[in-house]
Design a protein around this ligand. Sequence first.
Ligand SMILES: Cc1cc2nc3c(=O)[nH]c(=O)nc-3n(C[C@H](O)[C@H](O)[C@H](O)COP(=O)(O)OP(=O)(O)OC[C@H]3O[C@@H](n4cnc5c(N)ncnc54)[C@H](O)[C@@H]3O)c2cc1C
Length: 451
Amino acid sequence: MTSANTKRLQVAICGAGIGGLTFALALSRYPDIDIEIYESARALTEVGAGIGIFPRPWKVIKMLGLEADLLQVTETAIVDGPVSGFRYRKSDQYEGKDFFTLVTQGSLMLFHRADYQQTLLNHLPKRCRTHCSKRLRSYTQRQSGPIELSFEDGTIASCDVLVGADGVKSAVRAGVLGEKARWAKGEGRWKEAAEILQHVDPIWSGANAYRALIPAQKLQAIAPNHQVLHTPGVQYLGKQGYILAYRISGGKFVNLVAFVVQHHLENTTFNGPWMSTVDVSAFSSTFTHWEPDVQILLSCVEKPMQWAIHTVRPMQSFVSGRVALLGDAAHSMTPHQGSGAGQAIEDACILAAVLGHPSTDRTNVAQRALRVYDSIRCPYAYRVMEASRINGRYFTLRLDEDGTIDIDKLPPKQQWEYLQRLGHAIVKNWEWTWTTSIDTALQEALRMLEG
Ligand SMILES: Cc1cc2nc3c(=O)[nH]c(=O)nc-3n(C[C@H](O)[C@H](O)[C@H](O)COP(=O)(O)OP(=O)(O)OC[C@H]3O[C@@H](n4cnc5c(N)ncnc54)[C@H](O)[C@@H]3O)c2cc1C
């Protein structure tokens, strides 16, 4: 880092995904904090796919001054009151059945990821220096003095605070857990040390996501009345998986994600690449008997990307000394609530507020600011993670954990009642995003810090 010791704090951010960049932007509001971003990729790019941001994290986006620019790249209008969102259908049969519409309090904002990332980059001040091709290998922190960062290219850097925003395979998380395990071993707590180290490797959720962007014109030409073209979005549900489709980029593309879910393989090891370009045949067999609307969508898919959905085991803390985790590095969750990035955005907001607070400096940051961040964000993000896991079950038409009730064996009236119960359960599981507020969390963080 260049401006050694002239700033109140020198913060290094490892990873320039949505979490790292949002955090950098939030922290850049404090001119006496030095910010360096280290990213392993050669350039900052985003996957060609959509992203939805729910009302709670949207508040943060508004606070960061991104709202006006983001509204230029979405069809979604901001509504503060009740707004009809995705429609839910039972689709694993020839005649699909609409059974519920998700009504949220406040809009679910839908974007192309690249547009979202570009907006963040446009707002990021130059003083947040981004270093690409810098893959962190490990770090070393002592009781006092700077934290030393070692990169795969043999270079080193230092900082007062290290923020690991380096995604599900986080090197920083491995470092944090390694430190905690060493301390436990040092005190003779061998079993605990072994348990801590089990959290390093991510685990497969049993689900694979197949993502594709369909040009809306292509769908329009085949099926001008297709419901995805005329609604905020549709979720086609079945027992083996589900498909989510909604328009992005001002209606130019349809974002399609097909999930193939094998609940019995949850928490096992996935064999094969976590991310790869595949052929439609890699997943279409799951959906062959589904309703015609689904077949039309699948006929439009070209070169889908397969993502093996991995999560992390919940840890006791996101923090070790002056090192903190954020986003997927801390709480990689299934995407069934569309909230992983939203939670990274919330982390960014709270962490920036406590680090930026005028009372925080390099001597007290570990004991005060990072502890406050941890106590606010760790339990909350893990609750969302669990809610997301439960949604994954609901979206495969299972109300109970074991899937003991086979919906297809129920008589029509009971099946309809079951679907209604399912719809209500989905809303109940999701309502935290509009019944709770990031403002409350922020106030609580500042109260704890000042108290
Ligand atoms: C199919 C699918 C759909 C989703 N839909 C939604 C949605 O609608 N809404 C939502 O909120 N969330 C959604 N998510 C979740 C969301 O994409 C993630 O939670 C979010 O992108 C995490 O951001 P992040 O910055 O924490 O991590 P990442 O985006 O993984 O970024 C990590 C960055 O760190 C870099 N990096 C990694 N290792 C190192 C290293 N050692 N040194 C330096 N840099 C490193 C990486 O190159 C990367 O740029 C979805 C996820 C999936 C898979």
